[in-house]
Design a binder for this molecule. Structure first.
Ligand SMILES: NC(=O)c1ccc[n+]([C@@H]2O[C@H](COP(=O)([O-])OP(=O)(O)OC[C@H]3O[C@@H](n4cnc5c(N)ncnc54)[C@H](O)[C@@H]3O)[C@@H](O)[C@H]2O)c1
Length: 312
C-alpha cells in the first residue's frame, strides 16, 4: 500500500470518478470530492469522502484547493458530450478549459504535486489516424470536446514547467460499466441496457458496424491508481486494443437482458466516426497497466448492476 495522500477528486459523483473515489478511499487515502451534480449523483460519492457541491469554475473550488492543499488532484469533472460541444463550443470551453484552468491555477498556489487528468483517446486523434492509435500519432481532434481535452493537456505541461506539478493524462477509450448514465447521447452500453430494462426498442445508428474500443470502468480505476504512484509525467492511452462493433454489443446485451427485442436500425449519425481503437502498449510498459476484464465479463457485470439498481 502506498502512503496515504490528500486527494481531491473532481467529478467524483459521476460515473467514472465515483468508482475511482471508492478505490482511493479503500486504499486509505484522504479523499475530497468536488462535483456540481449537473450529471452526477450524491449517493455515488463514497461515505468516507468529504463532499463539496461546487462548480470547478467557482472561487469556492479554488479556495478549497488553497485551504485544504491536496497533494494530488484527480480531475474528471467535465461536460463530456461531443454533441453538446459541437452545438455549443463556448459552453464546452468554459466547462472543460476554463474550469480546468481554475483548478490548475489554485493547484499551483497550493503546491499540488500531481494532477491526473481524464483525457480522451476516442476523440483526440482524428478520423484519419492510423489504427490502433498511439500516443505519438498526431492529435487532431475533430470536435470542440477533443480540442478542449488536448488544450488542457498542453496547459498541464505549462503548469509542470512553470510550477513543477507532475501531469498525467489518461486518454480513455470508450468506458462502460455500472453507474454510467444512459440518458445522454454517449455511453451506448448504458443506453441499450436502460431501453431493455424499460421494455423499449433500442435503436442502432446506421448499420451498427461502426467500431469502438470498449474498456470496463474497473480497468480505468486501476489505471488511475497506477498513475498515482507513477513518478513522472506521462500521457497514456487506456484502452483494450480490441475493436468491437455496435451490433455485436447489442446482441450480447440482448442476450444478457433476456430481451426478445432484436436489432432495429435508425439513420446513421452524420459525421460519426467509423472506427476507433487505441494502442495501450505505453501504459503497459510504463504504468504496468493492462485491461483485465473481458468484454463478456464487463457487460455481464454491468447488466447485473443496472438490473439491481432498477430493483429487477
Ligand atoms: N465515459 C467515457 O467513455 C469517457 C471517455 C473518455 C474520457 N472521459 C472523461 O472522463 C471524465 C468522467 O466522465 P464520465 O463518463 O464519468 O462522465 P459523468 O458525466 O458521469 O461525470 C462527470 C462528472 O462531472 C460533474 N461536473 C460536470 N461539470 C462540472 C462542473 N463544472 N463542476 C463540477 N462538477 C462538474 C458532473 O456532475 C458529473 O458527476 C470526463 O472528464 C470525461 O470527459 C470519459
Amino acid at each position: 500500500m502506498t502512503e496515504p495522500k490528500r486527494i481531491l477528486v473532481t467529478g467524483g459523483a459521476g460515473f467514472i470518478a465515483s468508482h475511482v473515489a471508492d478505490q482511493l478511499v479503500a486504499a486509505g487515502h484522504d479523499v475530497a470530492v468536488v462535483d456540481n451534480l449537473s450529471m452526477g449523483k450524491r449517493e455515488y460519492v463514497p461515505a468516507a469522502a468529504q463532499f463539496y457541491p461546487y462548480d470547478i469554475k467557482s472561487p469556492e473550488t479554488a479556495e478549497l484547493i488553497r485551504g485544504w492543499r491536496p497533494q494530488v488532484i484527480v480531475h474528471h469533472a467535465a461536460q463530456m458530450s461531443v454533441q453538446v460541444s459541437v452545438q455549443d463550443p463556448i459552453f464546452d470551453a468554459r466547462e472543460n478549459i476554463l474550469g480546468s484552468l481554475n483548478l490548475l491555477q489554485a493547484a499551483a498556489e497550493a503546491k499540488v504535486e500531481k494532477v491526473i487528468f481524464a483525457s480522451t483517446g476516442g476523440a483526440i486523434y482524428g478520423d484519419d489516424a492510423p489504427l490502433p492509435a498511439r500516443e505519438t500519432d498526431r492529435a487532431r481532434p475533430e470536435a470542440p470536446y477533443g480540442i478542449a481535452k488536448l488544450a488542457v493537456e498542453h496547459y498541464l505541461h505549462f503548469y509542470q514547467r512553470e510550477h513543477g506539478i507532475i501531469p498525467i493524462a489518461l486518454r480513455y477509450a470508450n468506458v462502460y460499466g455500472p453507474r454510467q448514465n444512459g440518458m445522454g447521447e454517449a455511453g451506448v452500453v448504458a443506453i441499450f441496457i436502460d431501453k431493455f430494462l424499460a421494455g423499449q426498442q433500442p435503436r442502432i445508428n446506421g448499420d451498427g458496424l461502426q467500431t469502438r474500443d470498449f474498456v470496463f470502468v474497473g480497468d480505468i480505476v486501476a489505471a488511475n491508481l497506477l498513475a498515482l504512484t507513477y513518478p513522472q509525467a506521462g500521457t497514456f492511452n487506456i484502452g483494450t486494443g480490441q475493436e468491437t462493433d455496435i451490433l455485436t454489443v447489442y446482441l450480447k446485451l440482448q442476450e444478457l437482458m433476456g430481451s426478445p427485442l432484436g436489432p432495429v436500425h435508425g439513420p446513421a449519425k452524420p459525421g460519426e466516426q467509423r472506427r476507433s481503437v487505441l494502442d495501450s502498449t505505453l501504459a503497459r510498459t510504463e504504468l504496468g497497466w493492462q485491461p483485465r476484464v473481458s468484454l463478456a465479463q464487463g457487460l455481464a457485470q454491468t447488466a447485473a448492476a443496472f438490473r439491481e439498481a432498477a430493483g429487477r
